[in-house]
Design a protein around this ligand. Structure first.
Ligand code: TRP
Length: 359
């Protein structure tokens, strides 16, 4: 039997999604969905994972399920081609997590660089919730429950996919060829994997107030772009500028195409030419920001319009999630049946088990 090509990926519903999510993962999902190369695609709203550091913020997570679903549909994820579902509605995932927990040591999870960074940011101190430390394992369950071969994510998720590979390896060594090993798929464009905030800080984050959201209206996007941090040493237009750590140029790296240049800045052939001018001196920030605004409006307008269409039809969105969750549950239940069979914990399927008494 040839291996089916299956995608699973997802996001935590802790807020509206921003252009960092779009650049690193959402847009490649839409592109992958159009290739027709995948037999099944599952996109998960990871509410249970979001609860691992929001146990006292249940309402926030619940309220953002619709927001994330709207962002997905706005980006062009097509419910005819993808099952969009809610993690908590697929309880099989938690049973699978319980089995996997025994294959992973506390110290292995504590070495996970993404976990380490998150622990630093969250400042749990000695009060780390068990569920939080466990989420990489639950993520391995998310991925393997769907036999996912491909997981399109930002690079901060690589340690999770690596751990999933280890769990698959251990499980299959013990129980035979049961689980499918996934591959991460990163965006081909390096700038897209980690967009900085509009303030130049390394990460876009709601709490820092430095994000451009997919749901932002035209004026808000423009205002955020025109007040973006750039090279602080580029004071006079004639000063030579630095493009490397400059978020305006990093966003252009992620989003500007040669067609955008033809359309809006035909005096430059492409981004290399614009960067060369900036670095030489003589190119002002305002001009570059105006161009970035035109590029971003081109990217965001169709998303905003589709999002608004669904925002007016919340019951349609609800039905998409109900159908997606049902399909996801069916798939996960099949995998779980296979897992239980391999582990021989399907006790009541095997009468002979009750005919022997040795231990
Ligand atoms: N950890 C992801 C995030 O923080 C969300 C997520 C949960 C996920 N399970 C997943 C992503 C499985 C990819 C595959 O956004």
């Amino acid at each position: 039997m040839t291996q089916k090509q299956i995608i699973l990926t997802g996001d935590r519903p802790t807020g509206k999604l921003h252009i960092g999510h779009y650049a690193s993962s959402l847009r490649s999902r839409v592109a992958l969905q159009q290739t027709g190369q995948f037999d099944e695609i599952y996109i998960m709203i990871a509410d249970t994972q979001a609860l691992t550091d929001n146990a006292y913020n249940f309402d926030k997570i619940r309220n953002n399920i619709l927001n994330v679903a709207l962002d997905y549909l706005g980006c062009g994820i097509d419910p005819e081609k993808c099952h969009i579902f809610v993690q908590s509605q697929v309880p099989e995932l938690f049973e699978l997590t319980a089995y996997y927990m025994n294959f992973v040591s506390v110290s292995r999870v504590s070495r996970n660089p993404t976990i380490k960074e998150e622990l630093k940011m969250r400042q749990f101190n000695s009060q780390i919730p068990m569920g939080f430390l466990n989420y990489p394992i639950s993520q391995a369950a998310d991925i393997t429950a769907f036999d996912a071969t491909c997981v399109p994510v930002g690079d901060d998720q690589l340690p999770m996919i690596e751990l999933t590979g280890e769990i698959v390896h251990t499980f299959n060594r013990l129980y035979g060829d049961v689980l499918v090993k996934p591959e991460a798929m990163l965006s081909a464009n390096a700038a897209s994997n980690r967009l900085p905030g509009t303030d130049g800080k390394a990460k876009m984050s709601k709490s820092l107030g430095n994000c451009i959201y997919l749901a932002d209206d035209k004026e808000t996007v423009e205002k955020k772009i025109m007040s973006m941090y750039t090279d602080p040493n580029h004071i006079k237009i004639s000063d030579p500028g630095n493009c490397t750590d400059n978020p305006v140029f990093i966003y252009l790296d992620a989003f500007a195409t040669d067609e955008h240049f033809q359309k809006y800045l035909p005096e430059y052939e492409n981004l290399e030419a614009l960067k060369a001018h900036y670095e030489r001196g003589g190119l002002g920030d305002i001009k570059v920001k105006r161009f970035l605004n035109q590029v971003m409006q081109d990217v965001l307008t169709p998303i905003r319009e589709r999002r608004a269409y669904y925002e007016k039809r919340p019951m349609e969105v609800r039905q998409i999630l109900i159908d997606g969750s049902e399909a996801a549950r069916k798939k996960a239940a099949e995998t779980l049946k296979r897992v239980r069979g391999a582990m021989k914990i399907n006790y009541f399927d095997d009468e002979t088990l009750f005919q022997k008494t040795e231990d």
